[in-house]
Design a protein around this ligand. Structure first.
Ligand SMILES: Cc1cc2nc3c(=O)[nH]c(=O)nc-3n(C[C@H](O)[C@H](O)[C@H](O)COP(=O)(O)OP(=O)(O)OC[C@H]3O[C@@H](n4cnc5c(N)ncnc54)[C@H](O)[C@@H]3O)c2cc1C
Length: 473
């Protein structure tokens, strides 16, 4: 590692999973890393288990368990529902997909590439590893703005650190070679830049969902013969609802809906689901709710001296609202870029992070295309979605990649057979056709993301992207 790189001073705002993993990686590379977190240490992350991509956790270095007969076995698996451990015992795979009105389900189940991961345990492990590697984490320190040149076209921006409000409201200006926004979907620092729409777009509108979940004790004596299958009630209220077993004694019931004025309360719908199953008791072990990002990345995740990771970078699977795995993947790409940049903190060197995210890993391109698809399909009614499932047009095979964060465009033959099956409802097929074709165009456009930073090349790419999404990005 060149000495110039080792001496870099890194300031990260936000101690969520993305910020902590980035801190760990850069501290391991010998850099001077400080994480500023607005919460007091005791507050912790949310207390339930999230569905997180198995492969990303493996790539981030976790000792992953192996599933045998639907049960995970390994060092980090919980021994009991309330026990310590990172992973829940029950392996969800396959997952049934039910129509929102419960009239049918897809003919084949989907392959679910996630593992239920305890967020308190995950954040604690990442925190401990970051500190062990040499990073400093300062709680009760709120980032309030950026230092340096924060206005102008993207190539004129030069971030030089951040302003922090510490305990007793004491303000401090922190100089840093690279400043990172890992503050979650509010993207406090990124949205404070002003770079002609290249990076600063706040999330809003169709990009926000509201989710609620409750983890309940199961009364096995009251379980019917089929038990309660792991399932998604897909497309319900512009989102989806689920039941996931954690183990033989506990179940997670939840859902997320499009966050818009007059939306349904997901907690109400969840209560309705619970009423259908006498085996789900009133004993809540964990749970809660909140806003979830279901949007897409800004056009660039970097400027000179600056980058964004996690929800702050729009690194989230828009069809599920799962952001932890995508954020961890983004943090690993950001770390690799900073390490390989050899001490160069300019936009030309950090641009490799954009390329990795949008093109080389395919993640950003897939998620942007999925976002375009979701924006159109989200407005289908419950009956329309049920129709597509019943006709096997919205099939398990088609939904598997979409739920796992990959854009999948049906080939000509599948589209033709969809046309034949769905002949009685041409308007629904037109919507599906439009969604697929927009997704394809978006995906193809990301493949042309500028290889190297150049103001002209990026401006050309951005203009076309704005047209595709019909608005600034
Ligand atoms: C009900 C619900 C269910 C969910 N289920 C899943 C799921 O099953 N799977 C999944 O992958 N994801 C799920 N998510 C989404 C997931 O929680 C987020 O995608 C993930 O936490 C994003 O990680 P992050 O590190 O980018 O940001 P965050 O986890 O949001 O962390 C950001 C951190 O920055 C701190 N911060 C904010 N502002 C400042 C500031 N000004 N200065 C300093 N610090 C600041 C915050 O306090 C926080 O600690 C769910 C979310 C909700 C609400």
């Amino acid at each position: 590692m060149p000495e110039k790189t080792k001496a870099l001073k890194i300031a990260i705002a936000g101690a969520g999973p993305a910020g902590l993993l980035l801190a760990r990686e850069l501290a391991r590379a010998g850099m001077k890393v400080t994480v500023y977190e607005k919460r007091a240490r005791a507050a912790g992350a949310h207390d339930w288990s999230d569905a997180i991509e198995y492969d990303v956790l493996r790539d981030a270095g976790f000792d992953m368990p192996v599933a045998e007969n639907g049960i995970f076995r390994g060092k980090l698996v919980k021994k009991s529902p309330a026990g310590k451990g990172l992973f829940e015992r029950h392996a969800i795979d396959p997952l049934e997909i039910w129509a929102p009105d419960l009239s049918c389900k897809t003919k084949t189940d989907i392959r679910f590439g996630y593992i239920l991961t305890d967020r308190v345990a995950l954040d604690a492990m990442l925190r401990a590893e970051a500190v062990k590697a040499g990073a400093q984490i300062l709680y009760s320190h709120q980032a309030v703005g950026l230092l340096g040149r924060t206005k102008g076209p993207l190539d004129k921006i030069r971030v030089e650190g951040l302003r922090v409000r510490g305990p007793k409201n004491k303000m401090a200006d922190i100089q840093a070679d690279i400043t990172v926004d890992a503050t979650g979907m509010d993207s406090i620092l990124r949205t404070g830049l002003s770079a002609s729409g290249a990076i600063e777009r706040p999330f809003g509108g169709k990009e926000l969902a509201f989710a609620w979940r409750t983890v309940r004790k199961l009364d096995r004596a009251k379980l019917g013969p089929g038990g309660i299958p792991d399932h998604y009630r897909y497309g319900a209220h512009g989102g989806y609802f689920w039941t996931h077993l954690h183990d033989e004694k506990t179940i997670d019931v939840g859902g997320g809906v499009k966050d818009e004025p007059g939306r349904v309360d997901p907690a109400e719908v969840v209560r309705g689901i619970i009423d259908e199953y006498p085996a789900i008791t009133s004993k809540e072990l964990r749970g809660g709710g909140g806003r979830v990002l279901a949007g897409r990345s800004p056009w660039s995740l970097v400027a000179s001296g600056f980058l964004a990771v996690g929800d702050a970078a729009g690194q989230v699977i828009p069809t599920t609202g799962c952001g932890v795995g995508a954020g961890l993947a983004g943090a690993m790409m950001a770390a690799r870029t900073v390490i390989e940049a050899g001490g160069n903190t300019g936009i030309d060197a950090l641009w490799a992070y954009n390329r990795r995210w949008f093109v080389e890993s395919g993640r950003g391109a897939n998620l942007a295309a999925l976002g375009a698809l979701k924006d159109i399909l989200q407005d289908l009614s419950h009956e329309e979605i049920a129709f597509l499932m019943e006709k096997d047009i919205l099939s398990g095979e088609m939904l598997t990649p979409s739920i796992n964060g990959r854009f999948f465009a049906p080939d000509q033959r599948s589209m033709m057979s969809a046309l034949v099956s769905g002949i009685s409802k041409p308007s629904i097929l037109m919507k599906l056709g439009k969604a697929v074709s927009t997704g394809k165009k978006v995906y193809a456009h990301y493949a042309r993301y500028p290889r190297k930073w150049s103001e002209k090349g990026f401006e050309r790419w951005k203009k076309r992207a704005e047209t595709l999404f019909a608005g600034p990005g």
